[in-house]
Write a protein that binds this ligand. Structure first.
Ligand code: G3P
Length: 219
C-alpha cells in the first residue's frame, strides 16, 4: 500500500519524505488556501516546490473549473508543471468527461469527492488513475467510510478495473489500518496519522527496559 500525505505544508511534506515512507502528496483547494497560497501563478509555483521535495512520487493538483473545457484547459497546465502531477477532478458529470479526455491523452487523474460505489464504477469506466473515496466525511454523517472502501475494492477486483483506490479523508491511524485491510491501494492523510502508527506503550516500556539492562551490565 502506498502512503500519500494530504497537505500543502512544505515542512510536513519534508518530514514525511525524511521518514523514508512517502509515496506522494494530495492537495485540494482548501489545503492550498490553509497555507496562504493564493493567485494562480503562486499556486502553480507551490505545486512545483511540492514535486521537487517528493521526487518520484505522485502529486495530486486539483482543477478549480467545473465545466469540461475549463477542466481540460486547467488540467493540461497542471500536468505541464511536472511529470509527477496527477490532475484531480471532481466526481461530477463534466468531470467524468474530462477524466476520459485526460485518459485518452495520457494525463493521469485522481477522481475526488467520491462517496458511493456507483461513482467509483463511473470513474473507473472513464479511466481514472486514482479514485478518492472520502472515508472521514462518510463517517461524519454516521455512515461507514471503511465499508465503502471494502465495497469498492470488491467491485474493482471482480471487474478487473485498473483504477487505484486512494482512501482519502483519513483522520486516524486506525483508519489507515482499516483501509489497508479493506483493500485500499493508497491512503492519504495528515502527517500525525502516519506518525500515530508508531505509538505503542509496550514498545516504550520494552525499549526503556533494554536500555536500563544495558546500563546495569555496562556501568
Ligand atoms: O483528500 C481529501 C481530504 O483532504 C479531505 O479530508 O479531513 O477534509 O475530510 P477532510
Amino acid at each position: 500500500m502506498k502512503f500519500f500525505i494530504d497537505t500543502a505544508n512544505l515542512d510536513d511534506i519534508r518530514e514525511a519524505k525524511d521518514l523514508g515512507i512517502l509515496d506522494g502528496v494530495t492537495t485540494n483547494p482548501s489545503l492550498m488556501a490553509k497555507e496562504g497560497i493564493t493567485g494562480q501563478d503562486n499556486i502553480y509555483k507551490h505545486y512545483e516546490k511540492i514535486c521537487n521535495i517528493v521526487g518520484d512520487g505522485d502529486v495530486s493538483a486539483e482543477v478549480i473549473a467545473t465545466d469540461y473545457e475549463g477542466m481540460v484547459r486547467e488540467g493540461k497546465i497542471l500536468a505541464s508543471i511536472h511529470p509527477t502531477i496527477v490532475v484531480k477532478v471532481p466526481m461530477i458529470k463534466e468531470g467524468v468527461k474530462a477524466i476520459r479526455y485526460f485518459y485518452d491523452n495520457e494525463i493521469r487523474t485522481n477522481c475526488t469527492l467520491v462517496f458511493s460505489s456507483g461513482q467509483a464504477i463511473l470513474a473507473a469506466k472513464a479511466g481514472a488513475t486514482y479514485l478518492s473515496p472520502f472515508v472521514g466525511r462518510v463517517d461524519d454523517i454516521t455512515w461507514d467510510g471503511i465499508a465503502l472502501i471494502q465495497e469498492i475494492s470488491d467491485i474493482y477486483n471482480v471487474q478487473f478495473f485498473d483504477t487505484e483506490i486512494l482512501a482519502a479523508s483519513i483522520r486516524t491511524p486506525l483508519h489507515i489500518v482499516q483501509a489497508a485491510k479493506a483493500g485500499a491501494h493508497v491512503v492519504t492523510c495528515p502527517l500525525n496519522c502516519i506518525t500515530g502508527l508508531l505509538k505503542h506503550p509496550l514498545t516504550d516500556i520494552g525499549l526503556a527496559q533494554f536500555l536500563a539492562d544495558h546500563r546495569k551490565a555496562n556501568g
